[in-house]
Unconditional design. Structure first.
Length: 239
């Protein structure tokens, strides 16, 4: 069964604390030595006990030279970073001041030479802005002209198509009107021909079937006598 995980906290028992310190110190010194030998590394180890006793190990020529090398590396990097920070800060302040000057602010501390330089810079910037503006307007004009040309071509194409449709419609209308007139002429010719075939005939009313002239005369006479008051037809007397 393996050992459980040891909780890292201060050992309250003084004797146990001293024993643990001695064991772990010797183990740490041994590991530092092995590291320097196996990896050809410069290792420096400094240990102070709770009573202030010094224990050290250095794989180099001396502990002082190793410490000097350490200080040069660490403090040199810090100093280099600080110098870079100051340089960047000065650059930032200069840009801020130039920006305010371009806006017409904080011009009091500037001398005549600096003001003249600022004026030339503004004129150069204004010239460049106008040049860019002019080029942008020319580009927009070219774009609009190309769009106008495209629209004119489309309008021309639509106009040609409309004229073609109108010509075709006119031909169809003329053809239809000609066919309609031909039908009217044909109908009138047929009507005239039928009128020539069927002429009215003068007929004699005496040729009607069942017609009797005497009987007709009697009926006519009877009708005329019937209009006389008190007159009776002859056929009623026979009854």
């Amino acid at each position: 069964m393996g050992r459980g995980r040891v909780e890292l906290k201060r050992i309250e028992n003084k004797i146990n604390r001293q024993v643990t310190f001695a064991k772990r110190r010797n183990g740490l010194l041994k590991k530092a030595y092995e590291l320097s030998v196996l990896c050809d590394a410069e290792v420096a180890l400094i240990i102070f006990s709770n009573r202030g006793k010094l224990y050290e190990f250095c794989s180099g020529p001396s502990m002082l030279k190793t410490l000097e090398r350490y200080q040069k590396c660490s403090y040199g990097a810090v100093e280099s970073s600080y110098k870079e920070y100051l340089k960047l800060k000065a650059r930032y302040d200069s840009l801020q001041r130039t920006h305010r000057n371009l806006l017409g602010e904080d011009l009091g501390p500037l001398n005549v030479k600096e003001l003249d330089q600022l004026e030339r810079q503004l004129e150069s910037s204004l010239k460049q802005i106008r040049c860019i503006k002019t080029q942008s307007m020319l580009d927009q004009l070219t774009d609009l002209q190309s769009k106008e040309h495209a629209l004119m071509e489309a309008n021309k194409s639509l106009k040609s198509e409309l004229e073609r449709i109108m010509v075709k419609d006119s031909h169809i209308r003329q053809s239809w009107e000609g066919h309609h007139e031909h039908q009217n002429v044909h109908y009138e010719h047929q009507h005239a021909h039928s009128q020539g075939l069927f002429q009215p005939i003068d007929c004699n009313p005496n040729l009607h079937l069942g017609y009797n002239a005497e009987t007709s005369d009697q009926l006519t006479a009877g009708t005329s006598h019937a209009q006389v008051p008190g007159f009776l037809p002859g056929w009623m007397h026979q009854m």
